[in-house]
Design a protein around this ligand. Sequence first.
Ligand SMILES: NC(=O)c1ccc[n+]([C@@H]2O[C@H](COP(=O)([O-])OP(=O)(O)OC[C@H]3O[C@@H](n4cnc5c(N)ncnc54)[C@H](OP(=O)(O)O)[C@@H]3O)[C@@H](O)[C@H]2O)c1
Length: 345
Amino acid sequence: MAKIYNWGIIGLGKIAHKFAQDLQVVKNARLHAVASRSLEKAEAFGKTYNAAFCYGSYRELLSCPKLDVVYIATPHVSHCANAIMCLNNKIPVLCEKPFAINAAEVRRMIAASKNNNTFLMEALWTRFLPTIKKTLNIIERGTIGEVISVKADFGFKAKFDPNSRLFDQNLGGGSLLDVGIYPVFLSLLLLGKPTSIKAVANIGQSNVDEMCGMLLKYPKNKLAILHSSIITKTATEAYIYGTKGTIRINPRWHEPTSLTLMVDGKDPKDYFFEYDSNGYKYEIEEVQRCLRAKKLGSELLSHHFSLDLIELLDEIRMIAGIYYPNNDRYTKLTQPKSDSHFSLN
Ligand SMILES: NC(=O)c1ccc[n+]([C@@H]2O[C@H](COP(=O)([O-])OP(=O)(O)OC[C@H]3O[C@@H](n4cnc5c(N)ncnc54)[C@H](OP(=O)(O)O)[C@@H]3O)[C@@H](O)[C@H]2O)c1
C-alpha cells in the first residue's frame, strides 16, 4: 500500500489556508498537524481541515507523533529559524519563498539539511506548474531559437498598513522579496546568473521597497527586464524572447494557466493548462516524490538554485538600497551611510 505522507504546517496565515486546501486533493497526502502561536487559532484551523494534532507553539510540533514533513508559512524573517528547528529534529521541510531573508541564512538552512540528512526545498511553486513545464519544453526543443531576453513583472496594489507583513520592515516586507522574486526566479531559470545588474527601488514611508525595477545583463548581450510592485497592479506577464520567436506566459504569469507561442512567420498558438486546485498540489507532489526517493532536495528546485536565487536577490537589494537591519546585520548587506533612499526614522 502506498505511504500516506503526514504533513504539518507552521504559521496559519493566508497561504497556509490555500496550502491546506490543496493537501486535500493530493494523492497520499494528509494534513496531520498544525502549529500556531495561538492554540485557539490552531484548533480552529485544525477543525476546518481535519488535522489530528493542533499546537499553540511551533516548537511543540517537533514532538508530534508520525509527522513526515512540515510546510513553513511564516513571514520571511522567521523562515530560517523555523526551518533549522525542524531540520535539527530530522523533520523534512518545505519552506515558503523567499527561502530566507538573505544568502547567509539560506546557507545555514542548507547546512542543517546536509548535517541532518533531512530533505529541504523552497516552496517556489511556480517552478512545478504545467505551463512552466511546457515553456521549458518548447525552449528545449529549440522552437523559439536561443533565448536572448526575458521581460517579466509582478505587481499588485496592497492597502498600506505599516503593521502588515507586506509593509513591515521587521517582517521582511517590500515588493522584491514578496513578488519580485518571481520575475527574478524566471530570469535565473532561463538565463542563469547575470554579469551585471542595475536596480532601483522606491522606498516607502515604512522603509520597505514599494516598487523595484531591475535590468540584468548576461554574456552574449542577453538581457532581463524585471519589475515588482506592491502599490500598483501591473500586467503580470512574462515574455521570453528567442532568436526565432517569443513565448508569452499569460497573466498572472506566476500562476499561469496558459501561454502563447509566437514563432516568427507563423500564426500565434495558445496552450491551456487549467488545474483543479490552488496550484500548490504540484509542489506537494514533488516533495512527496523526493521523500519517497530519499532525496535531500529536488533536482527541479535544488539547494544550489535556491542559493543562486537568494544571492541574486541580495545583490539586487544592495544595488537598490533595500535592507532588513535585523537580519542583514551579520552579513555584507549593511546599510551604506550615504544611501539617501534609506532612513530608519
Ligand atoms: N507561494 C505563494 O503563493 C505565497 C503566497 C503568499 C505568501 N507566500 C509566502 O508565505 C509566507 C507567509 O505569507 P502569508 O501571506 O500567509 O502571511 P500572513 O497571512 O501574514 O501569515 C503569516 C503567519 O505567520 C505567523 N507568524 C509568525 N510570526 C509572525 C509575526 N511576527 N507576525 C505575523 N505573523 C507571524 C502567523 O501565524 P500564527 O499566528 O498561526 O502563528 C501568521 O498568520 C511569506 O513568506 C510569503 O512570502 C507565498
